[in-house]
Design a protein around this ligand. Structure first.
Ligand SMILES: Cc1cc2nc3c(=O)[nH]c(=O)nc-3n(C[C@H](O)[C@H](O)[C@H](O)COP(=O)(O)O)c2cc1C
Length: 353
């Protein structure tokens, strides 16, 4: 597979059209077992040094696809074949919604970055459930990222999360609360202690399933540490840091709306992640920490792991680098772990903190 050629073809289209072409192709690969088998043989890396048991599930490698790529759970089998060790589907909302007005997805190829203002366009909880139930029990861990509908007022947001936890608690390996997207008006206002306390005490009543909180990178470190510690002490099983940024100064002539992801987010995301990890890695509840934002190489993945990440995720670098990048990251990690004398990734987690 020559991804440079595929990319050249796809980049002729508007980004969202390119995504639909990829989705159509990925969906149809799922009906062709010989293609999936071949992909898996070529791209899926598993090695004893990469294997971890988290949430009572085997993660054969630590590289996951971040939320937003497979919002409707239609591409799981192909993404697995392309080498991802875990898949986060969603963000799903209780009811289907169309998202924000188009155009709402932009490339910044000079910066290996994307800017999106999608606004949780998705087919809704019922449709996602129908898709993923077909694959249950899953071959690899599946996280379901949940968010509130745009029309749900802030005062009723909790009820949307309640509906979604009930819908997906038995169909996911872990759930992710998304209150960090910049594209749903006032959503980030829910990143406060009162809401988190209510949310996690409700979650505990509904399920024992691990529930993680995904946070934005646009907070100062102190604020992020306080919020994440509070979430963990209220019952969250882990933190995913980070979502996209609204710091439009990172790219000259960036749009002044939506969230930026990719290479220009790397340091911002790393710094927030590291600050949180430093605080939480010794926490008695042993939260699972997932780093996402600008990861584009084995070296960067390893840096996140050494700074406390149990797992990592990618989105934008997958668009620019293609499936071979997943393989490169995994193979690179095997080599880097070996060079440093670690038998398993778990020994390397947090050594730089
Ligand atoms: C087009 C697009 C759509 C996204 N949609 C979601 C989403 O629905 N839910 C979510 O939690 N994050 C979403 N994200 C954020 C990613 O999951 C990730 O946190 C962010 O892009 C940073 O990682 P990256 O630099 O590897 O892309 C989206 C990102 C992009 C580029």
């Amino acid at each position: 597979m020559n991804y440079e050629l595929i990319k050249k073809f796809l980049f002729n289209f508007e980004p969202e059209v390119a995504h639909s072409i990829a989705e159509f192709t990925f969906k149809n690969f799922a009906n062709l077992n010989f293609i999936l088998d071949n992909l898996e043989k070529k791209y899926f890396i598993s090695d004893p040094s990469l294997k971890q048991n988290i949430f009572n599930r085997d993660f054969l490698n630590p590289v996951g696809i971040a939320a937003g790529f497979d919002k409707n759970g239609t591409m799981i089998e192909t993404l697995m074949g392309l080498g991802f060790g875990a898949i986060e589907v969603g963000t799903v909302t209780p009811e289907p919604q169309v998202g924000n007005d188009k155009p709402r997805l932009f490339r910044h190829p000079k910066y290996d970055s994307l800017q999106n203002a999608m606004g949780f366009n998705n087919n809704g909880a019922d449709k996602l459930k129908k898709e993923i139930i077909k694959l249950f029990p899953y071959k690899i861990p599946i996280g379901v990222n949940i968010g509130k509908n745009k029309i749900t007022p802030e005062s009723e947001a909790l009820n949307d999360y309640k509906i979604l936890i009930n819908e997906f608690k038995d169909l996911s390996d872990y759930l992710i609360i998304n209150i960090s997207s910049p594209n749903t008006p006032n959503l980030r206002d829910l990143q406060n202690e009162t809401f988190l306390k209510e949310l996690f005490s409700l979650s505990k009543e509904l399920t024992n399933k691990p529930i993680l909180l995904k946070i934005a990178p646009d907070m100062d470190k102190k604020q992020a540490i306080e919020l994440c510690t509070f979430a963990i002490e209220s019952g969250a099983s882990g933190i995913i840091a980070t979502n996209t940024t609204v710091d439009y100064s990172l790219i000259p002539n960036a749009k002044d709306f939506g969230g930026i992801s990719g290479r220009v987010l790397k340091e911002k995301s790393f710094n927030i992640f590291k600050a949180i990890a430093k605080e939480l890695i010794t926490h008695e509840s042993k939260p699972v920490l997932i780093s996402v934002g600008g990861i584009d190489s084995p070296k960067e993945a390893y840096r996140r792991i050494k700074n406390g990440a149990n797992l990592i995720q990618i989105y934008t670098s997958f668009i620019y680098g293609g499936p071979i990048l997943i393989k490169k990251i995994n193979e690179g990690l095997i080599k880097l772990l070996k060079e440093d004398g670690f038998k398993n990734i778990s020994e390397a987690i947090g050594v730089d903190l």
